[in-house]
Design a protein around this ligand. Structure first.
Ligand SMILES: Cc1cc2nc3c(=O)[nH]c(=O)nc-3n(C[C@H](O)[C@H](O)[C@H](O)COP(=O)(O)OP(=O)(O)OC[C@H]3O[C@@H](n4cnc5c(N)ncnc54)[C@H](O)[C@@H]3O)c2cc1C
Length: 639
């Protein structure tokens, strides 16, 4: 049985990272260029890592499937990035950010990792400001902050509603500098389809050129996956349509453990689904809950009335009522469930009664339309374009949607998976958010991993193991290339009757129903029985038109959906085995009398890391116990 060594340094919490940095192995600057690092992904996590490692002098090859790193899904991030600068003097500190993040994650994350994250958060802001990221500023010139869910301090730095885009432009500039200097070679429009493992170490990848269809292999001394999250397994999500699980899932099939796959974040403020043919959902940033008030009518009978005709005393500001301390800024999992609850009671609004109001009338009356427009103008415009409704005049309608995935490949404190030589960064790893991520923490984690953690820890693998060079002539590379070719040929040969998209949609809707906002044993078992059947039909009846040579988006999607069809099963299995409710994982059988999540710390205060044993055989569940030495496990309350 494999053991999971998290490699958490000994010593007091606040000294662990400093001590680990000192004890980590260094590579002589003159030797760094002898090491080739393959980085898959150039979103915030991958671009920041590639730029930093290039600057250090390593020989970096960086891959992404978009036509430019600037188009990574990170660009979509709207609301902001957390840091414990305490510019507001409102009581923030590294310790408070650490505590809020652990509590926000429902006590299912590693203390040492989260403390390090809070510690380096301030350096991220300095780095980005130095790059020219145009964060919002106060009148006097200091960087401005706003509040996000799960915190009672204002620690979120932002650039209007485009924080991800601006941060990505900063990371991209740093990356371009290295490309120009020749330390980073960039491979856009290139999709990784296989990980190559030689003698138990990750030593390479096989990729497909998405323009020519050419399949090739790349060898390196270590592989870094920064390939983002897998929310699109649900078909409808706030993620970019291209987001997928292929890189991490193929690594899982080659021996990397997948941790907590059932932890999915459902974001409470998204534009409700409006039709059967919709393929994408849109987030309305959490920052809106700084000024917007969430409500539904108190009486079912009022739900069809225009909101303006429902008087104040007939409205239920349910978040303010249930969670008076945090009010509209209750964390995402809690706010999402509260929205579902009022809709389940029949008090939802809009088509299908699957919506709640997010109302700015009070904020506009208090601050004026101009202030609200300055803060959120682009979000209001986006809402108007999608719904044809003016949110300055009437409340927005919002509903929870799949948004982020806390699960991912298991990594130790060095960000290395159990598979030696395979490092995993950003949303692709399971890392720091436990069972629920607080708003504005993903950008912080991705950039912490890329700018400030991996550059220190990568030497711990390279120094002892980097000397063992392999080339693409090794039989494992030839085998992996053949596997990719064979899979491509198989897709094209099926010539069935159903589109790739139809299978994706069927799987996604099943997962949303059975493994979405609420899960129970019967539903999960039902999904586990159905998914293999959908998969079987896929391999007999999918229609992938076109050819392998050249651009073929159906072929790209077929590979990703084939992986989702296996991965969805792993999610349900993980959700079934975790017999408790925590954060984004709400098992209906385990709830308090008032409907809040009921954790079981005695049996489940651990990370579940799954080992693949083949597609049709049950994976093995490994456990990493979470030891809380500084924080006392408590019932998570935002009341
Ligand atoms: C609408 C929206 C708004 C958000 N707002 C915020 C916010 O305000 N604050 C916050 O903290 N978080 C926010 N998040 C979450 C945050 O944006 C993401 O978690 C984060 O940007 C992920 O960064 P990443 O670098 O890990 O992955 P990504 O940005 O998704 O990048 C993945 C990279 O991997 C590449 N890739 C993937 N698979 C392959 C493959 N097989 N082969 C080659 N390349 C591959 C892609 O091309 C891309 O370059 C938001 C998310 C969404 C959906």
């Amino acid at each position: 049985m494999a053991t999971l060594d998290s490699k958490i340094p000994s010593g007091p919490l606040e000294k662990k990272w400093e001590k680990h940095q000192f004890e980590s192995k260094l590579i002589n600057p003159a030797n760094r260029r002898k090491y080739t690092i393959l980085i898959v992904g150039s979103g915030l996590a991958g671009a920041s890592a590639a730029a930093s490692l290039g600057e250090l002098g390593y020989n970096v090859k960086c891959f992404c499937y978009q036509d430019s790193p600037r188009r990574a899904h990170s660009i979509a991030a709207q609301g902001g990035i957390n840091a414990a600068k305490n510019y507001q003097n409102d009581g923030d500190s590294v310790y408070r950010l650490f505590y809020d993040t652990i509590k926000g994650g429902d006590f299912r994350a590693r203390e040492a990792n989260v403390y390090r994250l809070a510690e380096v958060s301030n350096a991220i802001i300095d780095q980005c400001v130095a790059q020219g990221v145009p964060f919002a500023r106060e009148y006097g010139g200091l960087l401005a902050n706003r509040s996000f869910g799960g915190a009672q301090v204002s620690r979120t730095f932002y650039a209007r509603g485009q924080t991800g885009q601006q941060l990505l432009l900063g990371a991209y500039s740093a990356l371009c500098r290295q490309i120009a200097q020749g330390t980073v070679e960039m491979f856009p429009r290139t999709e990784m389809l296989e990980l190559v493992v030689v003698d138990g170490h990750a030593k390479g990848i096989v990729v497909r050129d998405m323009v020519t269809g050419g399949i090739s292999a790349h060898a390196g001394d270590t592989v870094v996956l920064a390939t983002g999250g897998y929310g699109n397994v649900f078909y409808l999500s706030t993620n970019a349509k291209g987001c997928n699980a292929t890189a991490v899932y193929r690594a899982y099939k080659k021996g990397a453990f997948f941790a907590n796959p059932c932890y999915t974040q459902i974001h409470p403020t998204c534009i409700p689904v409006h039709g059967d043919y919709q393929s994408k959902l849109t987030l309305m940033s959490e920052s809106l809950r700084n000024d917007g008030r969430v409500w539904v009518p108190k009486r079912k009978e009022d739900c069809d009335k225009p909101p303006g005709q429902i008087p104040e005393d007939a409205r239920d500001y349910y978040l303010e009522r249930k969670y008076p301390s945090f009010g509209n800024l209750a964390p995402r999992d809690i706010s999402s469930r509260a929205a579902k609850q009022v809709c389940d009671e029949g008090r939802g609004v809009g088509p299908g009664k699957l919506g709640v109001y997010l109302d700015f009338a009070a904020a506009i009356a208090r601050l004026g339309k101009n202030v609200i427009s300055e803060r959120y103008g682009n979000l209001f415009d986006m809402y108007h374009k999608i719904t044809a409704e003016d949110a300055y005049q009437q409340p927005m309608r919002i509903f929870p949607a799949v948004h982020y995935t806390m699960g991912g490949l298991w990594v130790d404190y060095n960000l290395m998976s159990n598979l030696p030589g395979l490092h995993v960064l950003g949303e692709a790893n399971f890392s720091d958010h436990g069972a629920n991520r607080l708003g504005a923490s993903a950008l912080m984690q991705g950039l912490a991993d890329g700018y400030f953690v991996l550059p220190y820890t990568i030497g711990n693998y390279l120094a002892p193991h980097g000397a063992k060079k392999v080339t693409t002539d090794h039989p494992e590379f030839k085998k992996a290339v053949e596997e990719v070719r064979a899979r491509t040929d198989k897709f094209l040969a099926i010539k069935g009757k159903r589109s790739v998209d139809s299978f994706h949609r069927e799987l996604g809707l099943l997962l949303w129903e059975k493994c979405g906002m609420g899960r129970n044993e019967a539903g999960l078992k039902d999904a586990l029985a159905k998914i293999p059947k959908i998969r079987e039909e896929f391999w007999q009846n999918v229609n992938v038109p076109g050819e392998g040579e050249g651009i073929n988006q159906s072929l790209e999607m077929a590979g990703r959906v084939a992986d989702f069809l296996e991965f969805g099963e792993l999610m349900c299995l993980d959700a079934l085995e975790r017999r408790e409710s925590c954060g984004g994982h709400f098992r209906e059988e385990y709830q308090m009398e008032d409907g809040e999540a009921k954790r079981d710390d005695e049996h489940f205060a651990h990370v579940a890391a799954w080992e693949c044993t083949g597609v049709d055989s049950k994976p093995v569940r490994h456990v990493e116990e979470l030891n809380y030495e500084n924080i006392k496990l408590a019932v998570r309350s935002y009341k």
